[in-house]
Design a binder for this molecule. Structure first.
Ligand code: HEM
Length: 406
Protein backbone atom coordinates (compact mmCIF):
# COMPACT_ATOMS: atom_id res chain seq x y z
CA UNK A 1 0.00 0.00 0.00
CA UNK A 2 1.37 3.48 -0.84
CA UNK A 3 1.73 6.09 1.90
CA UNK A 4 -1.08 8.08 0.28
CA UNK A 5 -3.45 5.09 0.45
CA UNK A 6 -2.35 4.35 4.03
CA UNK A 7 -3.06 7.97 4.99
CA UNK A 8 -6.53 7.82 3.43
CA UNK A 9 -7.28 4.56 5.26
CA UNK A 10 -6.17 5.96 8.64
CA UNK A 11 -8.99 5.28 11.13
CA UNK A 12 -9.01 7.28 14.34
CA UNK A 13 -11.68 4.98 15.76
CA UNK A 14 -9.70 1.79 15.19
CA UNK A 15 -6.08 2.63 15.82
CA UNK A 16 -3.24 0.14 15.38
CA UNK A 17 -1.32 -0.88 18.55
CA UNK A 18 1.90 0.90 17.51
CA UNK A 19 0.00 4.22 17.21
CA UNK A 20 -0.16 4.47 21.00
CA UNK A 21 3.61 4.00 21.31
CA UNK A 22 4.58 6.24 18.43
CA UNK A 23 1.85 8.26 16.72
CA UNK A 24 4.24 10.62 14.94
CA UNK A 25 4.77 8.28 11.95
CA UNK A 26 1.01 8.44 11.29
CA UNK A 27 0.88 12.22 11.73
CA UNK A 28 3.73 12.72 9.24
CA UNK A 29 1.85 10.57 6.70
CA UNK A 30 -1.37 12.53 7.22
CA UNK A 31 0.35 15.94 6.99
CA UNK A 32 1.98 14.96 3.73
CA UNK A 33 -0.70 12.95 1.95
CA UNK A 34 -4.11 13.62 3.52
CA UNK A 35 -4.03 16.81 5.59
CA UNK A 36 -7.82 17.21 5.49
CA UNK A 37 -8.66 13.65 6.43
CA UNK A 38 -12.25 12.46 6.52
CA UNK A 39 -12.92 10.25 9.55
CA UNK A 40 -15.33 7.31 9.57
CA UNK A 41 -17.95 9.40 11.42
CA UNK A 42 -17.83 12.23 8.85
CA UNK A 43 -15.66 14.54 10.97
CA UNK A 44 -12.48 16.01 9.53
CA UNK A 45 -9.00 15.51 11.04
CA UNK A 46 -6.59 18.40 10.52
CA UNK A 47 -2.89 17.69 11.04
CA UNK A 48 -1.00 20.67 9.53
CA UNK A 49 0.03 23.60 11.72
CA UNK A 50 -1.48 26.24 9.41
CA UNK A 51 -4.89 24.51 9.30
CA UNK A 52 -5.00 23.82 13.05
CA UNK A 53 -4.06 27.44 13.66
CA UNK A 54 -6.79 28.74 11.36
CA UNK A 55 -9.54 26.80 13.17
CA UNK A 56 -8.25 27.48 16.66
CA UNK A 57 -8.14 31.21 16.03
CA UNK A 58 -11.52 31.25 14.28
CA UNK A 59 -13.81 32.92 16.79
CA UNK A 60 -16.94 31.51 15.19
CA UNK A 61 -16.05 27.84 15.73
CA UNK A 62 -18.00 26.22 18.56
CA UNK A 63 -17.21 23.83 21.42
CA UNK A 64 -20.84 23.31 22.46
CA UNK A 65 -21.51 19.56 22.33
CA UNK A 66 -24.95 19.51 23.97
CA UNK A 67 -26.55 17.55 21.15
CA UNK A 68 -23.77 14.97 20.86
CA UNK A 69 -23.45 14.51 24.64
CA UNK A 70 -27.21 14.24 25.16
CA UNK A 71 -27.22 11.33 22.77
CA UNK A 72 -24.08 9.78 24.24
CA UNK A 73 -24.69 10.20 27.99
CA UNK A 74 -28.46 10.57 28.31
CA UNK A 75 -29.90 12.91 30.96
CA UNK A 76 -28.14 13.12 34.36
CA UNK A 77 -25.15 14.60 36.18
CA UNK A 78 -22.55 13.63 33.54
CA UNK A 79 -24.44 15.51 30.84
CA UNK A 80 -24.92 18.42 33.22
CA UNK A 81 -21.16 18.56 33.87
CA UNK A 82 -19.97 18.45 30.28
CA UNK A 83 -22.48 21.12 29.27
CA UNK A 84 -21.90 23.48 32.24
CA UNK A 85 -18.11 23.98 32.16
CA UNK A 86 -16.45 26.79 30.23
CA UNK A 87 -14.48 24.20 28.24
CA UNK A 88 -17.65 23.19 26.40
CA UNK A 89 -19.32 26.60 26.28
CA UNK A 90 -19.01 29.39 23.75
CA UNK A 91 -18.87 33.13 24.41
CA UNK A 92 -20.49 34.99 26.10
CA UNK A 93 -21.01 32.29 28.80
CA UNK A 94 -17.47 31.01 28.39
CA UNK A 95 -15.99 34.48 28.85
CA UNK A 96 -18.20 35.29 31.84
CA UNK A 97 -17.00 32.17 33.69
CA UNK A 98 -13.35 32.44 32.63
CA UNK A 99 -13.12 36.05 33.82
CA UNK A 100 -13.97 34.95 37.36
CA UNK A 101 -11.18 32.37 37.74
CA UNK A 102 -8.57 34.02 35.49
CA UNK A 103 -6.93 36.12 38.25
CA UNK A 104 -6.28 32.97 40.29
CA UNK A 105 -3.98 31.71 37.48
CA UNK A 106 -2.10 35.00 37.07
CA UNK A 107 1.71 35.11 37.10
CA UNK A 108 1.61 36.72 40.55
CA UNK A 109 -0.51 33.94 42.06
CA UNK A 110 1.45 31.19 40.31
CA UNK A 111 4.72 32.67 41.67
CA UNK A 112 3.16 32.57 45.12
CA UNK A 113 2.51 28.82 44.70
CA UNK A 114 6.10 28.07 43.70
CA UNK A 115 7.30 27.47 47.26
CA UNK A 116 4.49 24.96 47.87
CA UNK A 117 5.43 23.11 44.67
CA UNK A 118 9.17 23.18 45.49
CA UNK A 119 8.55 21.74 48.96
CA UNK A 120 6.31 19.08 47.46
CA UNK A 121 9.07 18.19 44.97
CA UNK A 122 11.61 17.78 47.81
CA UNK A 123 9.22 15.60 49.75
CA UNK A 124 8.39 13.36 46.76
CA UNK A 125 12.08 12.94 45.94
CA UNK A 126 12.75 11.91 49.56
CA UNK A 127 9.95 9.33 49.36
CA UNK A 128 11.39 7.62 46.28
CA UNK A 129 15.04 7.99 47.35
CA UNK A 130 14.55 5.09 49.76
CA UNK A 131 13.13 2.82 47.06
CA UNK A 132 15.89 2.59 44.40
CA UNK A 133 13.52 0.91 41.93
CA UNK A 134 9.93 2.10 41.52
CA UNK A 135 7.14 3.09 39.14
CA UNK A 136 7.89 6.75 38.43
CA UNK A 137 4.32 7.40 37.19
CA UNK A 138 2.53 6.09 40.28
CA UNK A 139 5.08 7.00 42.94
CA UNK A 140 6.18 10.39 41.65
CA UNK A 141 4.64 12.05 38.56
CA UNK A 142 1.03 11.34 39.48
CA UNK A 143 1.44 12.77 43.00
CA UNK A 144 2.47 16.21 41.78
CA UNK A 145 -0.77 17.49 40.18
CA UNK A 146 -2.88 15.44 42.56
CA UNK A 147 -1.45 17.36 45.53
CA UNK A 148 -1.25 20.73 43.76
CA UNK A 149 -4.88 20.53 42.67
CA UNK A 150 -6.13 19.62 46.17
CA UNK A 151 -4.15 22.70 47.29
CA UNK A 152 -5.64 25.04 44.68
CA UNK A 153 -9.17 23.75 45.23
CA UNK A 154 -8.64 24.19 48.96
CA UNK A 155 -9.65 20.66 50.00
CA UNK A 156 -7.77 18.31 52.38
CA UNK A 157 -4.66 16.69 50.93
CA UNK A 158 -5.78 13.25 52.21
CA UNK A 159 -8.76 13.45 49.81
CA UNK A 160 -6.57 14.03 46.74
CA UNK A 161 -6.32 10.42 45.57
CA UNK A 162 -10.04 9.78 45.96
CA UNK A 163 -11.05 12.93 44.06
CA UNK A 164 -8.59 12.02 41.33
CA UNK A 165 -10.31 8.62 40.92
CA UNK A 166 -13.68 10.34 40.69
CA UNK A 167 -12.24 12.85 38.20
CA UNK A 168 -11.05 10.06 35.91
CA UNK A 169 -14.52 8.51 35.84
CA UNK A 170 -15.90 11.86 34.70
CA UNK A 171 -13.27 12.34 31.98
CA UNK A 172 -13.17 8.83 30.57
CA UNK A 173 -16.65 8.88 28.97
CA UNK A 174 -15.38 11.60 26.60
CA UNK A 175 -13.44 8.90 24.72
CA UNK A 176 -15.05 7.38 21.63
CA UNK A 177 -16.91 4.05 21.87
CA UNK A 178 -17.39 3.85 25.64
CA UNK A 179 -19.64 1.24 27.30
CA UNK A 180 -22.92 1.91 29.17
CA UNK A 181 -21.09 0.92 32.35
CA UNK A 182 -18.52 3.71 31.83
CA UNK A 183 -21.32 6.24 31.28
CA UNK A 184 -23.18 5.05 34.38
CA UNK A 185 -20.02 5.36 36.47
CA UNK A 186 -19.52 8.85 35.02
CA UNK A 187 -22.99 9.96 36.16
CA UNK A 188 -22.38 8.53 39.65
CA UNK A 189 -18.95 10.16 39.88
CA UNK A 190 -20.30 13.63 39.03
CA UNK A 191 -23.11 13.26 41.61
CA UNK A 192 -20.60 12.18 44.29
CA UNK A 193 -18.16 14.97 43.47
CA UNK A 194 -20.88 17.62 43.53
CA UNK A 195 -21.95 16.52 47.02
CA UNK A 196 -18.34 16.62 48.20
CA UNK A 197 -17.67 20.07 46.73
CA UNK A 198 -20.95 21.51 47.98
CA UNK A 199 -19.90 20.77 51.57
CA UNK A 200 -16.68 22.75 51.01
CA UNK A 201 -18.55 25.57 49.31
CA UNK A 202 -20.98 25.80 52.25
CA UNK A 203 -18.05 25.96 54.67
CA UNK A 204 -16.59 28.93 52.76
CA UNK A 205 -19.98 30.62 52.69
CA UNK A 206 -20.22 30.35 56.46
CA UNK A 207 -17.04 32.45 56.83
CA UNK A 208 -17.42 36.18 57.46
CA UNK A 209 -14.52 37.06 55.18
CA UNK A 210 -12.82 35.14 52.37
CA UNK A 211 -9.39 35.33 50.74
CA UNK A 212 -10.07 34.87 47.01
CA UNK A 213 -6.38 34.26 46.31
CA UNK A 214 -6.18 31.37 48.78
CA UNK A 215 -8.02 28.73 46.75
CA UNK A 216 -10.51 28.36 43.92
CA UNK A 217 -13.55 27.59 46.07
CA UNK A 218 -12.92 30.84 47.97
CA UNK A 219 -12.42 32.72 44.65
CA UNK A 220 -15.77 31.45 43.40
CA UNK A 221 -17.65 31.99 46.67
CA UNK A 222 -16.30 35.55 46.89
CA UNK A 223 -17.26 36.24 43.25
CA UNK A 224 -20.83 35.21 44.01
CA UNK A 225 -20.81 37.36 47.15
CA UNK A 226 -19.61 40.32 45.05
CA UNK A 227 -22.54 39.84 42.67
CA UNK A 228 -20.77 38.14 39.74
CA UNK A 229 -23.13 36.15 37.60
CA UNK A 230 -22.32 32.52 38.43
CA UNK A 231 -24.72 29.83 39.64
CA UNK A 232 -24.02 27.15 42.27
CA UNK A 233 -23.99 24.52 39.54
CA UNK A 234 -21.45 26.53 37.53
CA UNK A 235 -19.25 26.80 40.64
CA UNK A 236 -19.30 23.06 41.29
CA UNK A 237 -18.64 22.16 37.65
CA UNK A 238 -15.82 24.73 37.42
CA UNK A 239 -14.08 22.96 40.33
CA UNK A 240 -14.45 19.57 38.63
CA UNK A 241 -13.10 21.03 35.36
CA UNK A 242 -10.04 22.43 37.11
CA UNK A 243 -9.33 19.11 38.76
CA UNK A 244 -9.52 17.28 35.45
CA UNK A 245 -7.84 19.97 33.33
CA UNK A 246 -4.65 19.99 35.32
CA UNK A 247 -4.26 16.37 36.22
CA UNK A 248 -3.63 13.95 33.39
CA UNK A 249 -1.86 16.64 31.38
CA UNK A 250 0.73 17.41 34.06
CA UNK A 251 1.26 13.75 35.05
CA UNK A 252 1.76 12.81 31.40
CA UNK A 253 4.19 15.69 30.79
CA UNK A 254 6.29 14.69 33.80
CA UNK A 255 6.26 11.02 32.79
CA UNK A 256 6.76 11.22 29.02
CA UNK A 257 9.16 14.11 29.76
CA UNK A 258 11.40 11.93 31.91
CA UNK A 259 11.31 9.16 29.29
CA UNK A 260 12.27 11.63 26.53
CA UNK A 261 15.13 13.01 28.60
CA UNK A 262 16.53 9.61 29.58
CA UNK A 263 16.51 8.72 25.87
CA UNK A 264 18.40 11.95 25.11
CA UNK A 265 21.30 12.28 27.60
CA UNK A 266 22.45 15.63 26.18
CA UNK A 267 19.06 17.23 26.88
CA UNK A 268 18.92 15.51 30.25
CA UNK A 269 22.25 17.10 31.23
CA UNK A 270 20.96 20.52 30.05
CA UNK A 271 17.77 20.18 32.07
CA UNK A 272 19.90 19.40 35.13
CA UNK A 273 22.23 22.34 35.06
CA UNK A 274 21.84 24.77 32.17
CA UNK A 275 20.24 27.93 33.67
CA UNK A 276 19.14 29.15 30.21
CA UNK A 277 16.98 26.03 29.85
CA UNK A 278 14.86 27.14 32.80
CA UNK A 279 13.26 29.74 30.50
CA UNK A 280 12.83 27.82 27.24
CA UNK A 281 12.99 24.16 28.35
CA UNK A 282 9.52 23.52 29.84
CA UNK A 283 7.75 24.97 26.80
CA UNK A 284 9.85 22.88 24.45
CA UNK A 285 9.27 19.71 26.44
CA UNK A 286 5.52 20.42 26.38
CA UNK A 287 5.64 21.05 22.58
CA UNK A 288 7.58 17.82 22.06
CA UNK A 289 5.13 15.78 24.15
CA UNK A 290 1.83 17.62 23.47
CA UNK A 291 -0.14 15.74 26.16
CA UNK A 292 -3.57 16.68 24.73
CA UNK A 293 -3.20 15.30 21.23
CA UNK A 294 -6.70 15.89 19.82
CA UNK A 295 -9.36 18.59 20.30
CA UNK A 296 -12.81 19.11 18.81
CA UNK A 297 -14.51 22.11 17.21
CA UNK A 298 -17.66 22.58 15.11
CA UNK A 299 -17.88 25.21 12.40
CA UNK A 300 -20.80 27.60 12.72
CA UNK A 301 -20.07 29.06 9.30
CA UNK A 302 -18.01 27.98 6.26
CA UNK A 303 -14.25 28.28 6.74
CA UNK A 304 -11.49 28.31 4.15
CA UNK A 305 -8.35 26.61 5.42
CA UNK A 306 -4.81 26.97 4.01
CA UNK A 307 -4.66 23.34 2.79
CA UNK A 308 -7.41 23.99 0.32
CA UNK A 309 -11.08 23.28 0.69
CA UNK A 310 -13.74 25.52 2.15
CA UNK A 311 -15.13 23.46 5.01
CA UNK A 312 -18.92 23.81 5.23
CA UNK A 313 -20.89 25.12 8.18
CA UNK A 314 -21.60 22.32 10.68
CA UNK A 315 -18.35 20.41 9.96
CA UNK A 316 -17.12 18.59 13.08
CA UNK A 317 -13.37 19.12 13.18
CA UNK A 318 -10.78 17.14 15.09
CA UNK A 319 -7.67 19.25 15.53
CA UNK A 320 -4.41 17.42 16.05
CA UNK A 321 -2.05 19.76 17.91
CA UNK A 322 0.32 16.80 18.45
CA UNK A 323 0.86 16.74 14.69
CA UNK A 324 0.80 20.53 14.21
CA UNK A 325 3.57 20.81 16.81
CA UNK A 326 5.81 18.55 14.69
CA UNK A 327 5.08 20.24 11.37
CA UNK A 328 8.38 20.94 9.54
CA UNK A 329 6.69 23.87 7.77
CA UNK A 330 6.56 25.60 11.15
CA UNK A 331 9.34 24.15 13.31
CA UNK A 332 12.98 23.65 12.41
CA UNK A 333 13.89 19.98 13.05
CA UNK A 334 10.51 19.39 14.70
CA UNK A 335 11.27 15.85 15.88
CA UNK A 336 14.29 17.03 17.83
CA UNK A 337 13.89 18.04 21.47
CA UNK A 338 15.73 21.37 21.47
CA UNK A 339 15.50 22.79 24.98
CA UNK A 340 16.94 26.11 23.77
CA UNK A 341 14.25 26.53 21.10
CA UNK A 342 13.08 30.15 20.92
CA UNK A 343 9.90 31.69 19.47
CA UNK A 344 8.21 28.39 20.24
CA UNK A 345 4.61 29.13 19.19
CA UNK A 346 3.29 25.63 19.76
CA UNK A 347 -0.32 24.56 20.28
CA UNK A 348 0.10 22.17 23.23
CA UNK A 349 -1.90 24.61 25.36
CA UNK A 350 -4.45 25.20 22.62
CA UNK A 351 -5.25 28.59 21.14
CA UNK A 352 -7.98 31.21 20.88
CA UNK A 353 -10.49 31.82 23.66
CA UNK A 354 -10.01 28.40 25.29
CA UNK A 355 -6.21 28.75 25.56
CA UNK A 356 -5.22 26.74 28.65
CA UNK A 357 -5.89 28.80 31.74
CA UNK A 358 -3.42 26.71 33.78
CA UNK A 359 -0.44 27.05 31.42
CA UNK A 360 1.70 29.19 33.75
CA UNK A 361 0.98 26.85 36.62
CA UNK A 362 1.80 23.79 34.48
CA UNK A 363 5.11 25.30 33.30
CA UNK A 364 6.02 26.26 36.86
CA UNK A 365 5.29 22.69 38.06
CA UNK A 366 7.43 21.16 35.30
CA UNK A 367 10.34 23.56 35.70
CA UNK A 368 10.33 23.18 39.50
CA UNK A 369 9.78 19.44 39.84
CA UNK A 370 11.67 17.82 36.94
CA UNK A 371 15.11 19.37 37.72
CA UNK A 372 14.65 18.35 41.39
CA UNK A 373 14.19 14.73 40.37
CA UNK A 374 17.03 14.83 37.82
CA UNK A 375 19.45 16.49 40.24
CA UNK A 376 18.67 14.06 43.06
CA UNK A 377 19.98 11.08 41.09
CA UNK A 378 23.18 10.83 39.05
CA UNK A 379 21.95 7.61 37.44
CA UNK A 380 18.40 7.08 36.17
CA UNK A 381 17.72 3.86 34.29
CA UNK A 382 14.49 2.63 32.73
CA UNK A 383 14.28 -1.02 33.63
CA UNK A 384 11.24 -2.16 31.62
CA UNK A 385 9.71 -1.20 28.29
CA UNK A 386 7.56 1.83 29.07
CA UNK A 387 3.84 1.12 28.89
CA UNK A 388 1.78 3.76 27.08
CA UNK A 389 -1.92 4.19 27.81
CA UNK A 390 -4.40 3.52 25.02
CA UNK A 391 -5.81 7.02 25.06
CA UNK A 392 -5.52 8.85 21.73
CA UNK A 393 -6.56 12.14 23.30
CA UNK A 394 -4.57 12.25 26.55
CA UNK A 395 -1.35 10.45 25.56
CA UNK A 396 0.63 9.23 28.54
CA UNK A 397 2.37 6.38 30.28
CA UNK A 398 0.61 3.80 32.40
CA UNK A 399 3.86 2.83 34.02
CA UNK A 400 7.55 3.77 33.91
CA UNK A 401 9.76 1.49 35.98
CA UNK A 402 12.99 3.25 36.91
CA UNK A 403 16.09 2.40 38.93
CA UNK A 404 17.92 5.36 40.47
CA UNK A 405 21.28 5.92 42.17
CA UNK A 406 22.52 9.08 43.90
C1 HEM B 1 1.12 20.42 30.64
C2 HEM B 1 -0.05 20.68 31.19
C3 HEM B 1 -1.27 21.15 30.44
C4 HEM B 1 -1.60 21.03 29.11
C5 HEM B 1 -0.77 20.42 28.01
C6 HEM B 1 -2.91 21.63 28.94
C7 HEM B 1 -3.56 21.74 27.72
C8 HEM B 1 -4.74 22.41 27.51
C9 HEM B 1 -5.37 22.61 26.22
C10 HEM B 1 -4.85 22.09 24.89
C11 HEM B 1 -6.51 23.33 26.43
C12 HEM B 1 -7.47 23.85 25.36
C13 HEM B 1 -8.65 22.95 25.15
C14 HEM B 1 -9.52 23.39 23.98
O1 HEM B 1 -9.22 24.34 23.28
O2 HEM B 1 -10.53 22.73 23.73
C15 HEM B 1 -6.62 23.56 27.85
C16 HEM B 1 -7.66 24.24 28.46
C17 HEM B 1 -7.81 24.29 29.83
N1 HEM B 1 -6.89 23.91 30.78
FE1 HEM B 1 -5.07 23.10 30.46
N2 HEM B 1 -3.37 22.06 30.15
C18 HEM B 1 -2.39 21.79 31.09
C19 HEM B 1 -2.46 22.11 32.44
C20 HEM B 1 -3.52 22.68 33.06
C21 HEM B 1 -3.60 23.00 34.48
C22 HEM B 1 -2.46 22.79 35.47
C23 HEM B 1 -4.86 23.48 34.70
C24 HEM B 1 -5.49 23.94 35.98
C25 HEM B 1 -5.23 23.48 37.16
C26 HEM B 1 -5.55 23.50 33.43
C27 HEM B 1 -6.85 23.92 33.25
C28 HEM B 1 -7.44 24.12 32.02
C29 HEM B 1 -8.78 24.67 31.85
C30 HEM B 1 -9.74 25.04 32.97
C31 HEM B 1 -9.01 24.77 30.48
C32 HEM B 1 -10.26 25.30 29.79
C33 HEM B 1 -10.05 26.77 29.43
C34 HEM B 1 -11.22 27.39 28.70
O3 HEM B 1 -12.11 26.67 28.26
O4 HEM B 1 -11.20 28.62 28.60
N3 HEM B 1 -4.71 23.01 32.46
N4 HEM B 1 -5.53 22.99 28.49
Amino acid sequence: MTDRMAAQKFNLFDLPEDYYVSPQRYFAMLREHDPVHENADGSVLLSRYADVSKVWMDLSSSVDKTEMFTEKFGPGPLLEHHTHTMLFRDPPDHDRLRKIVNPFFSKKNVDRMEKFVADLGDQLVENVRKKEEFDYVKDFAFKVPMTVIAHILGVPREDAERIHEIGMKILFPLNPNVSDEVVREGHEAVAEFKDYLLQHLEKRRALASLDPEADIISTLAQAQRDGSEISDLEILHMCILLLNGGHETTTNTLAVGLLSLVNDPESLAMMRDDPEVGRTGPDELIRFITPIQLQGRRLTKPLEIPSGPVLPEGTEIILCPASANRDPEKFDQPDRLNLHRKANRHYAFGGGVHLCIGRLLAKMEISTILPKFLNAFSHIEITRDPEFNRNARFRGLKELQVKVRE
